[in-house]
Design a binder for this molecule. Structure first.
Ligand code: UDP
Length: 236
């Protein structure tokens, strides 16, 4: 598959066109940002790891009947994906209290929720991705009622399948962010699923093995990403 012009460069990935109008190439960078770009840095080989982990998880989800934009891994840093129109709603699913939920509700990190919580955020960097609800999604035409219902249902199914898959590998899925896109009228899971977009804790020690190590300067960032890659994908 030929890599053509650059379509978009985000914080962690570059999107390229291909000779097929229905397909894009995603290039995974090592650049890392946090707090909506206020903290910048880079994590060695993050792009390679996030590509590999995302590919593995998208394949696993496909086997469980959850379709995504993923087609195939092309190289260490490149993924071939269906060209979707990204929905401007980021979906966060939470199983344990952490991050912004801990702040918002004044509760300590690590408490298990009685059931999963689904949150929506308006995908707009200039506005700092504000939290919104289903009414905002509908009134501001970010998605139709039918679409947002599919998004919610799919997100909860992903949570179940992914939580089980990771638990078997001694990882707790604390919370994570998903993005969706429309492809020929179908709502597909898109973007990436990796230690940048999930909170992943060791099941026994509760050690953080995700981007929080970068966000809060906890050290051993590269080691944590590598450990997740080993547990999710097997030996490197
Ligand atoms: N998240 C993300 N991108 C964002 C915001 C959040 O991937 O722009 C992920 C984050 O890694 C975590 C979950 O979504 O797994 C919930 O994040 P939270 O709302 O607690 O915000 P944070 O504390 O990360 O700012």
């Amino acid at each position: 598959m030929e890599r053509r012009e650059k379509l978009y460069e985000g914080k962690a990935k570059i999107i390229y066109a291909t000779d097929d109008p229905d397909k894009n190439i995603l290039y995974f960078k090592d650049d890392a940002t946090a707090f909506n770009g206020a903290k910048k840095g880079s994590i060695q080989d993050k792009g390679v790891i996030n590509n590999r982990v995302s590919a593995k998880l998208f394949q696993m989800l496909a086997e469980k009947g959850i379709e995504s934009h993923f087609i195939e891994q092309l190289s260490d840093r490149e993924m071939l994906a269906k060209k979707v129109d990204i929905v401007l709603v980021e979906v966060v699913i939470r199983n344990y209290i952490a991050g912004s939920l801990s702040k918002r509700m004044g509760r300590s990190e690590g408490e298990k929720l009685s059931r999963a919580i689904v949150e929506y955020y308006y995908k707009d960097d200039a506005l700092n991705d504000p939290m919104i609800n289903r009414d905002h999604v509908l009134v501001f035409n970010l998605a139709t009622a039918e679409q947002i219902d599919v998004v919610r249902e799919t997100a909860l199914k992903v949570n179940q399948v992914l939580s089980d898959y990771l638990f078997e590998r001694d990882i707790l899925l604390v919370d994570f962010k998903l993005e969706f896109g429309v492809y020929h009228g179908r709502m597909l899971l898109a973007d990436e699923i990796c230690p940048d977009t999930c909170r992943l804790w060791d099941r026994h020690t509760l050690e953080k093995l995700d981007k929080d190590r970068f966000r809060h300067e906890l050290g051993n960032v590269e080691e944590a990403y590598l450990e997740i890659c080993r547990r999710v994908c097997g030996e490197l």
